[in-house]
Design a protein around this ligand. Sequence first.
Ligand code: C5P
Length: 425
Amino acid sequence: MALNIVVGITGGIAAYKAVSVVRSLVLAGHDVHVVPTESALRFVGRPTLEAISRNPVHTDLFEGVAEVRHVAIGQAADLIVIAPATANSIAKLAAGLADDLLGNTVLASEAPVVVAPAMHTEMWRHPATQANIATLRERGVTVVGPAVGQLTGSDSGPGRLEEPDVIVRAALEVAERRAEAGGRRGAALTDRQDLAGRRIVVSAGGTREPLDPVRFLGNRSSGKQGVAIAEAAAARGADVTLVAANLEVSEPGGCRVRAVSTALELRDAMREASEGADAVVMAAAVADYRPATVSEGKIKKVDGEEHMTVELVRNPDILAELGASAHDGTLLVGFAAETEPDPERLVELARAKRRAKGADLLIVNRVGWSEGFAADENTVSVIGPDDAVVAEVVGSKVSVAHGILDIIAGRLAPGAAPTKEPHSA
Ligand code: C5P
């Protein structure tokens, strides 16, 4: 179906890549209206944009007043893609400013909005930008990228505009999901139904391996990030099974919950739930070893013995087992929590882990005595199938959950049309 698509271009060096985005959308048969900001036109000329989009290009609020252009373009749009989105334009979008034609177009529209940020790493990581991105995500905007790689200068890191074909794919997927969800419009987070019709299994929490009826070997995982992913996926329309290891949760966001405690119980639950799933996210912290024997009664201390030895046996690696079994059509996502302080070595560890476990994506974060576990904020890097760092996501665990789901949503196998009632929990 041909869509009416607005491509907003803001003033960054990467504006030249927006030409490819426009061209791909036009060649795919869509009616594309380019709305550049004044500064975008300093990077790419209007004649290029008019020739490629095959439509007139407007930027001035005071042109076309008779046809009420400042709202007409947004009202007619089925989809708005802003690429590249600079730190400044993201701030303006978050604040809802309408001092140019693009700002008016976005505010006057109920179409889904896809934003592809591009800026220097420092600007991307700045708390102001991250807060603005979190606001946009919470409002239902899909954020594509930024990619990690060479920037305009000699520096490299997160901030590079995502490749045009990735932006186009993600944007069309968003529009398609909106149409499949019954064309429901509105920008609230819960209205974004891009995972409708998808079945997603998420494990969260930390396993406990009993020594006796009152003691166990456990870990400090709070389960917050995994639960946030499950809840966010359900809010975006997915049918979610949350395999909860030792968590006090009751169906967050309408997820189906399977409570487990040990690694072996988690393994059984995951095997069963992941059959035919579109994505499996292993966010749980699983004990690598369990006590070889579990005492029937409480283990007593022995007078005069200063040391005690507990024999442990290896637990199965659940992610690696899922990775080794055929999982065509199921996107397999693993996590790695590492204490490695050096960011490059951290990414290297994650790459090796992704390969070893046969996961499609691996999400790595740094943990330590005071980092990671119980915090509400998180910073993760996402490693893709070709070992590239596909994204770095920073923010609250809820915002990071949506960032991870944006990446997952863009990589799911083409799926069946959603049913009217995606949550059957
Ligand atoms: O090897 P490591 O524990 O660092 O791997 C972390 C990833 O593997 C996580 O996704 C975790 O859920 C999964 N895992 C597992 N079974 C284990 C250990 C870890 O599925 N026994």
